[in-house]
Design a protein around this ligand. Structure first.
Ligand code: HPA
Length: 278
């Protein structure tokens, strides 16, 4: 069965379970953004395992759920639990949720994730607003036969990170006194972290932050014409190399936990702005 038909079945299932026609925006509740699910009103929680063709989530604790509800009166579909290349998932599995979102009518996608900082002026706990990316993953979710029902064979990637949302993010950050760095996201395979030479290389090729996710979802979303906004919590500083220290998962999680309220506030207020755009 074609991917489009699988995604259409999944979308039909979600429509029936949540008793909705469409959603306005999707959210991928990545690292730093998981608390946003508590803000969703009248939530209907659907296990990934119940959704036809949705891969099941293996790693994260409370992961593997789709939450449908409203935030500031905007209909949202939020994914708790995502799929990474380093876990062994295929391009189709990594981006299946985004494909379904498109078929549910989503106009915008918000993504949160943890990133390593590749620029000297960044500090751990700062927030990066992604303005562009460099894909160093050995995959592209659009590889293979193109299905025109999703989008064109060669989608343009010039303005992938929506300018209106970025402007709105800067306005909100200023009002809320949150420091926001504009950043180019370098996508890397993981799961091992980078060597010092690799961090230096990523800085030299124009990267401002590095992470192990996000880019496949962004490419699939843009293929379907969904507007994208990505925020990253800088969980560890990787450049210049004399600031590089051993990265421990405990340290990363602590930094992310402290910065999470800023991410949640930014994304929840950004979702509110979608009322102005659509
Ligand atoms: N490298 C890759 N991915 C990451 C990092 C890093 O240093 N920090 C958070 N995600």
């Amino acid at each position: 069965m074609k991917l489009y038909d699988k995604a259409a079945q999944a979308a039909e299932y979600i429509r029936a379970r949540a008793n909705i026609n469409d959603v306005t925006c999707g959210v991928i509740l990545g690292t730093g953004l998981s608390g946003l699910r508590e803000m969703i009103e009248q939530p209907i929680v659907i296990a990934y395992d119940d959704i036809p063709y949705m891969p099941s989530s293996t790693v994260e604790s409370h992961a593997g759920q789709l939450i449908i509800g409203t935030l500031h009166g905007v209909r949202v579909a939020a994914f708790a639990g995502r799929f990474h290349y380093y876990e062994g998932y295929s391009e189709e599995e990594i981006t299946f949720g985004v494909r379904v979102l498109g078929l549910l009518g989503a106009e915008a996608l918000f993504v949160g994730s943890a990133v390593g900082g590749l620029q000297g002026e960044q500090s751990a706990g700062d927030i990066a607003l992604i303005r562009d990316h460099i894909n160093l993953l050995p995959i592209n979710p659009l590889r293979g036969e193109n299905d025109e029902r999703f989008g064109p064979r060669f989608p343009d990637m010039m303005k992938s990170y929506d300018e209106l949302f970025r402007q709105a993010a800067h306005d909100i950050a200023q009002e809320e006194n949150i420091k926001l760095h504009n950043a180019v996201y370098v996508a890397t395979q993981g799961p091992s972290l980078e060597t010092p030479a690799e961090y230096q290389y990523m800085n030299r090729i124009g990267g401002d932050v590095v992470g192990m996710s996000t880019v496949p979802e962004v490419i699939a979303a843009r293929h379907q014409g969904i507007r994208v906004c990505v925020l990253g919590v800088i969980s560890n500083v990787c450049f210049p190399l004399d600031r590089l220290t051993k990265t421990t998962i405990e340290e990363v999680l602590k930094t992310v936990e402290e910065a999470a309220p800023k991410m949640q506030l930014l994304v929840s207020r950004l979702i509110q702005t979608t009322k102005l755009f659509f």
